[in-house]
Ligand binder design. Structure first.
Ligand code: BES
Ligand code: MN
Ligand code: MN
Length: 463
């Protein structure tokens, strides 16, 4: 299989150009104005899978955005790898903070990516990482290196909570049968420290509304005498955590799995520099739950964060007004064995209890998802580890991530599969932020590593 290196050398410019074409389509799942582009992106992914050698490919409608499904079955007796990814992207705003337009991909060098990185919304999350699998497939089919069966399920609603994928999976259980699910939608520690993601956090996402008087009021005539929903909301939010940055919702930590000292000290061995971390983010100090390290705060501990807060006057100049309503979007990242439905209920009860009689509150649940932790004693994990060894010359470090891919726990439940998270992005790639990018080195390394996974997985499955 050493021919993969030659193949990459020969085709890398085309691989970059093809990804750029896909990145030009603004497939923003959250915004109904982009429905047509969602379909266009799905069709493009379908075509790329056919070009890469899949026997069949379809754009399957769902009640929401379509799922792209494709497969190549070479022999029923061989193992089957199911690749999951998503072609939808986050909204690109704030637009004025982008150095180049989000849907006009450009290659630019950075300190971390001297070989160049592709800048565009979705470059890393997840079009770039998903497309590595399409190109790895192309390599395997054109060089007679495909050792097993492959199925692709590329969805269009990951960034909005995979609302209809649940339905799609239940409808297509037979068709989706597999021996392992392979996903590249996470990151790795650094270019010279490969890692395999072994955990994802769950999520409970709510929107709250605090309602005061029945209309906006003159802040001179009424200020001080009638509750200001923005002031009240700020106070209520501040009460959700204590001085040690513990979350105060009663029952919130009840089911949280505590790691053993051994597991924690193993975690602490992962290379991590707090100084570098602070420097990259331009912050004087970190912040978080007392008693836990920065790595732990960002992966094995649950969190509560305000993602946005609004109300009142935010236009130019000053307007003296006491707003009638205030809003906030709040997310809680969850860890094993927290249940997002229970947590949303606990939050709602507690938040309502914090409201003074001078206001009314409403809590609207958005999406949620379960956390996921992968075992490392499976053939899938061993095969992934062996694949990284082939291309990085190093054993990858298992690492739990702070992000969420809510649908992953459902894969295990409905399809009874083990999930392997082979991510090639870096924390500095600015996913969900302005100037998202994906290093060309990372992109090519992914394409090089994936075929080795297939090879090792097929061989290890035989034994
Ligand atoms: N690919 C990310 C999740 C991710 C990124 C996991 C990096 C680990 C490392 C995914 O597209 C994502 O953004 N998920 C959302 C949740 C979703 C329900 C909107 C998230 O984590 O905020
Ligand atoms: Mn993603
Ligand atoms: Mn994302």
């Amino acid at each position: 299989m050493d021919s993969i290196k030659t193949y990459l050398e020969e085709h890398k410019d085309r691989f970059v150009d093809e990804l750029k074409e896909l990145l030009k389509i603004p497939s923003i799942s959250a915004d109904a104005n982009y429905k047509e582009d969602m379909l266009k992106a799905a069709e493009a992914v379908k075509q790329s899978l056919l070009d890469a050698g899949c026997d069949t490919a379809e754009v399957a409608p769902t009640p929401g955005h379509p799922v792209v499904y494709a497969e190549k079955i070479i022999n029923e007796d061989l193992p089957t790898v199911l690749v999951y990814g998503h072609y939808d992207v986050q909204p690109p705003d704030p637009l004025d903070l982008w150095n180049s337009p989000p849907f006009e991909p450009v290659v630019q060098k950075t300190d971390i990516h001297p070989e160049g990185a592709i800048f565009a919304r979705g470059a890393c999350d997840d079009k770039g990482q998903m497309y590595m699998h399409v190109k790895a497939m192309e390599y395997m089919t054109r060089n007679d290196e495909l050792p097993c069966n492959v199925k692709f399920m590329i969805e269009g609603e990951e960034e909005v909570g995979s609302e209809h994928l649940d339905w799609y999976i239940k409808e297509n259980k037979e068709k989706l049968q597999n021996d392992v699910i392979l996903i590249s939608d996470t990151g790795m520690i650094s270019k010279d420290t490969p890692s395999i993601t072994t955990g994802l956090r769950g999520l409970s996402y709510v929107e709250v509304e605090v309602i005061g008087a029945n209309r906006d009021l003159h802040s001179g005539l009424y200020g001080g005498a009638v509750a200001n929903p923005l002031n009240v909301l700020s106070e209520m939010i501040s009460k959700l955590t204590d001085d040690n940055n513990h979350i105060t919702i009663p029952g919130f930590y009840d089911n949280v799995e505590n790691l053993t000292e051994e597991e924690r000290s193993k975690m602490a061995e992962a290379p991590f520099s707090i100084e570098e971390y602070k420097e990259k983010l331009d912050i004087k100090d970190v912040h978080g739950e007392e008693g836990y390290s920065t790595l732990e705060r960002g992966s094995i501990r649950p969190t509560l964060d305000v993602n946005g807060m609004w109300g009142g006057y935010i236009g130019e100049g000053a307007k003296t007004v006491l707003p009638s309503k205030a809003y906030a979007k709040i997310s809680m990242r969850l860890v094993p064995n927290q249940d997002h439905k229970e947590i949303t209920e606990l939050f709602t009860k507690h938040f309502e209890s914090l409201a003074p009689d001078s206001v009314r509150v409403k809590v609207k649940p958005h999406h949620g998802g379960y956390p996921y932790v992968t075992p490392i004693d499976t053939i899938g994990y061993q095969a992934a580890s062996a694949a990284y060894e082939e291309t990085f010359g190093k054993t990858p470090i298992p690492q739990r991530s702070g992000g969420s891919i809510p649908i992953v726990s459902l894969f295990e439940k409905e399809l009874d599969s083990k999930i392997i998270l082979m991510g090639f992005g870096l924390d500095t790639d600015a996913i969900h932020s302005p100037n998202e990018h994906f290093g060309i080195w990372n992109y090519l390394k992914g394409i090089e590593t994936i075929p080795w996974f297939y090879k090792h997985f097929t061989e290890m499955s035989k034994k």
